[in-house]
Design a protein around this ligand. Structure first.
Ligand code: NAG
Ligand code: NAG
Ligand code: NAG
Ligand code: NAG
Ligand code: NAG
Ligand code: NAG
Ligand code: NAG
Length: 295
C-alpha cells in the first residue's frame, strides 16, 4: 500500500514536473517572440499590393555573405508599395543555424506585427526587419529594447570601467578590422572582478563606420543610463537598436567559447538557440530567462 502511494506521489510529481516543463517551454517561446518592435502609425490593409510584396520579400532567398554570417538585403515591388527587407545573423552563427533562426523570424514577424508597414524582430542569433522606407544604410539609433539580468555585479564602478574598455575595443574591431560584417565579439580579453566578460557588438553591415560608432556609443550610454536608473549594474545586458545592438554577459554565450561538439541541436526546430547548447547556461532564453526584464 505504502509503495503504491509512493508510486502515485512520484507519478504526480512527474506529471507536475512535465507540466511545469511544458509551461516553461511555452514561456521561453514567448520570450523569444517578445523582442520585436512594430510601427504603430504605418498600417497596410489586408489584400493590398503592399501585403503581397511583403509576403514575397519575407520569403526571399538568403545569401551567404562569406564565412559565417548570412546577410541579405531584399526589396520587392514598386513605389508606392515597395518594401525593403533585411535578414541578418549574429556574426558567429554558422549558416545552417542562421537559416533556421531566420526561418522562424520571418514567420514570427508577420504574426507579431500584423498589418504593419515597418517592423523589426530580434532573436538570439538573428534579426529580420522590413519597412516601406529604405533603411539599410540609414542610422536609426533609437533604443528599441533593453534586456537585463536582475542579478547585479559586486564592483559596479570597476565593472563599468571594464565594460567601457571592452566595448571600445569591440567597436574599434567592428569598424576597422571586420568592416564587411561590422561585427566583433570576444571571449578572453577582459576579466572583471565578477568573472570573465563575454560581449559582442553588431551594426547593420551597410552602415558607415562612423554611423556604426555613433550607434554603438548610444547603445553603451543605454547601459549607463540603465544602471543609473536601477541603481546597480546588471550581470548581463542586451541593448537593441534598429541600426546596431550589443550584449554582454558573465557567462559564455558566443559560439567561439563553446566547442562545436556541444553544439549539436535539434535541427527541426527553427529556434536553434532554444534547443541546443545544452552544456552551458549559454543564452538569454535558456536558464536565465526568468532573470531578465524587458525595459
Ligand atoms: C494601425 O493599427 C493599430 C492597431 O494595430 C492602431 O492602433 C493604429 O491606430 C493604426 N494606425 C493607423 C494610422 O490607422
Ligand atoms: C510609408 O508608409 C506611410 C504610411 O502609409 C506613408 O505615409 C509613407 O509615405 C510611406 N513612405 C514611403 C517612402 O513610401
Ligand atoms: C573567411 O574568413 C577567412 C579567415 O577568417 C578570411 O581570410 C576570408 O577572407 C573570409 N572570407 C570571406 C568571403 O569573407
Ligand atoms: C582589443 O584587445 C585585444 C586583446 O587585448 C588586442 O589584441 C587588440 O589589439 C585590441 N583591439 C583594438 C582595436 O583595440
Ligand atoms: C577591470 O577593471 C579593474 C579596475 O579598473 C582593473 O584593475 C582591471 O585590470 C580591469 N580588467 C581588465 C582586464 O581590464
Ligand atoms: C543617457 O542619458 C544621457 C543624459 O541624460 C542622455 O543624453 C542620453 O541620450 C541617454 N542615452 C540613451 C541611449 O538614452
Ligand atoms: C550587488 O550584489 C551584491 C552581491 O553580489 C550585493 O552585496 C550588493 O549589495 C549589490 N549591490 C547593489 C548596488 O545592488
Amino acid at each position: 500500500m505504502a509503495l503504491v502511494i509512493v508510486l502515485c506521489l512520484c507519478s504526480i510529481q512527474t506529471i507536475l514536473i512535465l507540466l511545469l516543463h511544458s509551461l516553461l517551454v511555452g514561456v521561453k517561446a514567448q520570450m523569444q517572440a517578445s523582442h520585436y518592435t512594430c510601427s504603430m502609425i504605418n498600417n497596410y490593409t489586408e489584400g493590398s499590393i503592399f501585403q503581397s510584396n511583403l509576403n514575397q520579400l519575407l520569403y526571399s532567398p538568403l545569401n551567404n555573405n562569406g564565412n559565417n554570417s548570412i546577410y541579405t538585403k531584399a526589396r520587392e515591388g514598386e513605389d508606392p508599395d515597395k518594401v525593403y527587407g533585411l535578414f541578418l545573423c549574429r556574426g558567429d552563427v554558422v549558416p545552417k543555424d542562421c537559416k533556421n533562426c531566420i526561418d522562424v523570424a520571418r514567420e514570427r514577424i508577420q504574426r507579431e506585427c500584423p498589418l504593419k508597414k515597418q517592423a523589426i524582430i530580434w532573436f538570439d542569433e538573428c534579426l529580420v526587419r522590413y519597412s516601406n522606407v529604405s533603411f539599410v544604410s540609414m542610422l536609426d539609433a533609437s533604443i528599441s529594447k533593453i534586456l537585463y539580468s536582475v542579478e547585479n555585479v559586486s564592483q559596479p564602478e570597476q565593472f563599468m570601467g571594464n565594460l567601457s574598455a571592452i566595448f571600445d575595443n569591440l567597436t574599434a574591431q567592428a569598424t576597422t578590422i571586420n568592416l564587411n560584417l561590422k561585427y566583433a565579439d570576444n571571449s578572453d580579453v577582459i576579466n572583471s572582478f565578477d568573472g570573465k566578460l563575454h560581449a559582442l557588438v553588431q551594426c547593420l553591415p551597410d552602415l558607415s563606420a562612423v554611423n556604426c560608432v555613433t550607434c554603438l556609443k548610444t547603445a553603451f550610454s543605454g547601459i549607463r543610463n540603465l544602471s543609473l536608473s536601477i541603481a546597480k549594474v546588471p550581470r548581463g545586458v542586451r541593448i537593441l537598436l534598429p541600426s546596431c545592438n550589443l550584449r554582454y554577459e558573465l557567462y559564455p554565450f558566443l559560439y567561439a567559447s563553446v566547442p562545436p561538439s556541444t553544439r549539436q541541436g535539434n535541427e527541426d526546430e527553427g529556434m536553434s538557440s532554444l534547443h541546443k547548447k545544452p552544456n552551458f547556461p549559454g543564452n538569454l532564453f535558456e536558464g536565465t530567462f526568468s532573470h531578465y526584464f524587458s525595459h
